[in-house]
Write a protein that binds this ligand. Structure first.
Ligand code: C5P
Length: 232
């Protein structure tokens, strides 16, 4: 798969997400389905959107003992999603088990990526609550290396970290990057943002874009602008 724009469909019901996707008549964007929508609507929403012809990143961030994650991943793989994820802090053993669980009988599997350190966790919280006495950047890069060693395809990270991740884990290792805003758009609650064009320059493989597309007056135009700036 090449560079692509993934729309974060952070909606709370089937009606809302299907209304949003109905605006896309010609294009079939890659979409991200998160916990809120999945827990509200269940696996049916994944099957419905897949049937409409979209690629799906199922963002459920699994984190449990290896055996449980393996079996759960096997169920998710059966939904024919294209990408799913785990927490790298679940250990290399858990990540390898997840990978095994994803493999389908025909040898194919969805891409598997890992969340390193959540951007909502500060270095202070890491030190005081989690007892991780290291700079946050070092932890992120260490988790990325663990992810690569476990055989996964990439990590979720800031576009500003993409270059360093590629340096440590290789160019083929995927960087999936949220925190993207248009140069003339609202930043909202995101702290460190880059434009689609800058994310491309920094080497992101996929950008995850939510509100700049979902809340736009013309979502299709906003999506196409993202694709033009990021994919070219
Ligand atoms: O609306 P916005 O473009 O900020 O949406 C970004 C998406 O990426 C949301 O679904 C958010 O949960 C997700 N995300 C993020 N930062 C991370 C990990 C995931 O913004 N570190």
């Amino acid at each position: 798969m090449g560079r692509d724009v993934i729309i974060a469909c952070d909606f709370s019901s089937k009606e809302e997400v299907l209304h949003f996707l109905s605006k896309f008549e010609k294009e079939k964007p890659f979409v991200k389905i998160g916990m809120e929508l999945f827990y509200a609507e269940g696996p049916e929403i994944v099957k419905t959107i897949k049937k409409m012809g979209h690629k799906i990143f199922l963002d459920l961030k699994l984190h449990d003992i290896p055996n449980t994650v393996k079996k759960s991943m096997s169920v998710l793989s059966g939904l024919d999603v294209d990408m799913c994820n785990v927490h790298a802090s679940g250990t290399k053993a858990m990540m390898s088990a997840a990978l095994e669980g994803l493999r389908r009988a025909d040898g194919t599997r969805p891409l598997l990526i890992a969340v390193t350190q959540l951007t909502s966790t500060s270095e202070d919280v890491m030190r005081q609550e989690l007892l991780i006495d290291e700079p946050i950047e070092k932890t992120v890069m260490h988790y990325a290396k663990n992810t690569m060693e476990a055989g996964l395809d990439g990590v979720v990270c800031s576009p500003l970290e993409a270059e360093a991740v590629h340096r440590i884990c290789g160019e083929a290792f995927l960087t999936i990057t949220p925190g993207v805003r248009f140069a003339d758009g609202d930043v909202g609650d995101q702290k460190r943002v880059t434009t689609p064009e800058k994310a491309k320059e920094l080497g992101s493989d996929y950008i995850v874009v939510g509100r700049p597309i979902t809340q736009a007056a013309d979502p299709v135009a906003a999506y196409l602008r993202c694709v033009k700036e990021f994919v070219g």
